[in-house]
Ligand binder design. Structure first.
Ligand SMILES: *Cc1c(COP(=O)(O)O)cnc(C)c1O
Length: 420
């Protein structure tokens, strides 16, 4: 079980008066709390660093909360690097974990002093030709096969496009050493959205054993183990939250058994969590604008998959509550739908809810990661605003809603349409 907190109706009404629905709302207190819980879980490793996965929520108003808590950022594209630079992240506060990297991005990452994470052995020459080798380099590992705990399959690295085989990692380190790289980090992302507390320790073991073997066989220096993202959140109320303290001590045990035992106690641990950090700190607030009864009972809302794609894309569950109606009895079953001309634009299918009416505010929970950022403009729909609910109870617009002018920005017709 986990408790889904709904912002008070008065708060939503107060915000909606200034910034009409739909909007994404983020809790500053929750963002801060999560950053602190993670830091505490890994405080046994003095130089531990979380590089927040920018793609989960590329909004400075959110990232700044993590920045204040000492987090860095994990970027994957030119624009994400640009965002990091504009926010004042520098040097090793930035990870650049890209794949199939377009021309120019490595040079830009190197100029910023970011830690470049190479996805493939073929990228070594590409990187070297573009900007020369950096002193420090991270390599992305893919052990292949299935990631199993006992008989439970947690992930399927063998089918993932990311990372290098063990042989390729050895070859890559040899080659990079010849090209002048001084120190290496290892990275792997082997399971996504898992609340299983054994995932991170298992990933740690895989990477630490590889690090130890590399040091023994090639005499290279390893400065960091990057456990990447993947720690999940309980989208359903009946699911349990992953205990981050337990995860931290699970990784510490592997560190002691493998790295400390091999005399490698100066290696620092890193994470690139996105979902764990910001997911539960966000809500999508939307208003019921229509109701419809045919073969099913529909609530039509003013948000749509353009604001939150996960249900349409993966059939993902997002818990829904009606603001101000927390204790009302659950007596109806609704499909909660948006306006797109696509039948997958449903935030919920046959969801038991209290009786709802036009004008009610629906709150979609756990939308703070891979929510607004995955949005798109299908059907000419515009993406919603983002608002930060501050610790003192005040609120701040941290990204305005899109306007028609944004939609037409890549065309030349703005003037003809008289759009300012
Ligand atoms: C997406 C991604 C992350 C973040 O994943 P979460 O599931 O949000 O924790 C971290 N690192 C890399 C390289 C990614 O692609």
């Amino acid at each position: 079980m986990n408790i889904k907190h709904t912002p008070p109706l008065e708060t939503i009404q107060k915000i909606a008066k200034v910034f009409p629905t739909p909007f994404h709302l983020y809790s500053e207190a929750e963002l801060e709390k999560r950053a602190r819980l993670l830091k505490r879980a890994f405080q046994w490793n003095p130089d531990f660093k979380e590089y927040f996965a920018v793609k989960a929520c590329p909004t400075p108003g959110v990232i700044r909360v993590f920045q204040r808590e000492g987090c860095g950022v994990d970027c994957a594209s030119w624009c994400e690097l640009k965002l990091a630079e504009a926010m004042g992240f520098r040097g090793e506060e930035i990870m650049f974990s890209s794949n199939e990297t377009p021309a120019g991005e490595f040079a830009y990452a190197k100029k910023l002093g970011a830690i470049i994470n190479l996805d493939d052995i073929s990228m070594i020459d590409y990187l070297n030709d573009e900007c020369g080798m950096p002193d420090k380099l991270c390599l992305r590992y893919n052990p292949g096969g299935e990631l199993k705990i006992g008989t439970f399959v947690m992930g399927n690295p063998g089918e993932a496009k990311f990372g290098m085989t063990r042989e390729q990692i050895f070859e890559a380190v040899r080659k990079c050493m010849r090209l002048g790289v001084q120190e290496f980090a290892l990275h792997a992302f082997l399971a996504s959205n898992t609340t299983d507390e054994s995932y991170y320790p298992l990933n740690a073991r895989i990477l630490m054993e590889l690090a130890r073997d590399l040091v023994r066989q090639l005499g290279c220096r390893i400065f960091m183990i990057n456990l990447s993202g993947g720690i999940g959140i309980p989208y359903r109320p009946e699911q349990d939250e992953a205990d981050i303290a337990k995860i931290g001590s699970g990784v510490e045990r592997q560190y002691d058994e493998i790295l400390r035992a091999a005399g490698m106690e100066d290696v620092r641990i890193a994470s690139e969590l996105g979902r764990y950090m910001s997911g539960p700190a966000g809500w999508l607030v939307t208003k019921i604008i229509h109701t419809k009864k045919t073969y099913r009972n529909y609530l039509g809302v003013d948000a749509c998959a353009a604001d939150l794609m996960r249900p349409a894309m993966y059939g993902a569950y997002h818990h829904i509550t009606i603001a101000g109606r927390k204790t009302a009895p659950v007596e109806e079953v609704y499909d909660v739908v948006g306006s797109l001309c696509e039948n997958n634009d449903k935030f919920a299918v046959e969801r038991p809810l209290p009786k709802a009416e036009i004008g009610d505010y629906l709150v979609l929970h756990d939308t703070g990661a891979h929510g607004r950022s995955m949005g798109y403009n299908y059907n000419g729909r515009l993406r919603s605003a983002e608002i930060l609910l501050k610790k003192d109870g005040s609120f701040e617009l941290i990204r305005r809603a899109e306007t028609p002018k944004d939609y037409f920005a890549t065309l030349d017709i703005c003037r003809d349409l008289d759009l300012q």
